[in-house]
Design a binder for this molecule. Sequence first.
Ligand code: ZN
Length: 332
Amino acid sequence: MREKLQNLKNEALAQIIQATNPEELENLRTHYLGKKGALAEAAKELPKLTPEERSEIGQLFNDAKTAITDALNSKLEIRNLKLEIKEDLTLPGTPIAVGLPHPISAVAEEMNDIFQSLGFSVADGPEIENDEFNYNRLNLPPDHPARNLQDSLYLREPDVLLRTHTSSVEAHILADHQPPYRFVFPGKSYRYENVNASNHMMFYQYQGVAVGEGITLANLKWTLDTFVKKFFGPNRKTRFRCKYYPEVEPGVGVDTDCEFCKGRGCAVCKNRGWIEMLGAGMIHPNMFKKVGLDPRKYSGFAWGMGLDRIVMTRYGLRDIRALYNGDLIYKI
Ligand SMILES: [Zn+2]
């Protein structure tokens, strides 16, 4: 009986190894493990044995059954794995079409590099804002007339909205960081606008802030003039005009000389010879007071510019929608 079981097991394992398809393996399973299979037949002889023999042979009987079952399952598993790996992994790969960064990302990266070389870090903030950070902290209380300048997109009136400017990031930086610090923060802003060639309800801004002790308007002028010369070319000129923005005092509008007419006057610059590039100013003392900083000790400057306009100038685009409609074959 012992020999018979041993032979049965060896014979079964040899046949399983030689089997080449799943049908053959299933036939072997029925032949050896089925209700009327070889093992079941052999088991019929168990009652004829003495109790001692029965215990020993019973053990061998179970061993044979386990070995055959495991061998069948392993062979099926290996076969399935082989079916999954159909490709020849040693062949050279198919080249993947690699795209380019979106023009907005490319220009933002370039500007980040320039400002990082001037000691600025890149920051980010939420696009869904509350009234506090989008307006109040920026010196725009509920009754401030400047709120009428913007048509806000509210998610839940009156306090949850899509940020109308990236100045909200400045409010977060002032609240979260201890001076001195310097940050730039490119990002999307949202306003209720009629979408046309020059306006979009979603647009990019590029802003920055520097706060510390003893920071003056001279630092602002040097930083922004250096940026313009590094980004547009060493011969570009800048001029600073007085301008009003609620979150700064004093505020300045920064122009560059028109690159199309070199300052002589043309249709692009409306014969002014200058193009408005960005708005800036010294951070309003109220902004510091709101975060518990003493405006007599700390000062700083902030600026903001429309990133889309700069991208459109750089790539010669005449329609802002070209940046957002995903049309890959836009003709300039
Ligand atoms: Zn011009």
